[in-house]
Design a protein around this ligand. Sequence first.
Ligand SMILES: CC(C)(COP(=O)(O)OP(=O)(O)OC[C@H]1O[C@@H](n2cnc3c(N)ncnc32)[C@H](O)[C@@H]1OP(=O)(O)O)[C@@H](O)C(=O)NCCC(=O)NCCS
Length: 172
Amino acid sequence: MSWFVRPAEPADAEALVALARAVGSEPGGWLLTTSDWRSAADERRYLKAIRRFPHAAVYVAETDEGKLVGRLSVSRDQNPSSSHVADLGLMVAADWRRQGIGRALLDAAVDWARGAGVRKLELHVFPHNEAAMKLYEEFGFEREGYRKQHYRRSTGDYVDAILMAHAVPPSH
Ligand SMILES: CC(C)(COP(=O)(O)OP(=O)(O)OC[C@H]1O[C@@H](n2cnc3c(N)ncnc32)[C@H](O)[C@@H]1OP(=O)(O)O)[C@@H](O)C(=O)NCCC(=O)NCCS
């Protein structure tokens, strides 16, 4: 089955919340949020708000049957001194991994970054998430730091995170 990447629309909210809850509740603990991802109403509001907002974007991967199987969000740093940096988050549905969707969503983020004047993409990944780190490193992200107990999960546990970043190559 094939799939394609496109910008998210407010009507995607419910499916995206279901995707995030499914990925978040995997035993691997890949995401900070588990079942407490934002509500569909909040997701819809966010997707509506960013339609005309040049500082953030959400992309989805959709199958030819209309199922949403990937989500990437990217958001520019609010501080004027680092507004050339944007932070991203990524997830792909378990049944759809290892088909290039993660890489294609990162390509979309790089295209968005170029258009938005963003020169650097960054993200945090948990040290046990080898699949994600492999993808990011192969894509060109480099480790910039190890952040001890940087996040607190909703369960109350503090978790370490690796900071990775990718210089956005100029367009040809
Ligand atoms: C990490 C994640 C987004 C990767 O998405 P994906 O669509 O499977 O990635 P791709 O198919 O584009 O993989 C591209 C390359 O990354 C590497 N890679 C991806 N998953 C891997 C894995 N499980 N083991 C080893 N390498 C892996 C491979 O080099 C792969 O290329 P190949 O398949 O030709 O060998 C996906 O596993 C996921 O959503 N995981 C749960 C949520 C998560 O961890 N999000 C990131 C939080 S920081």
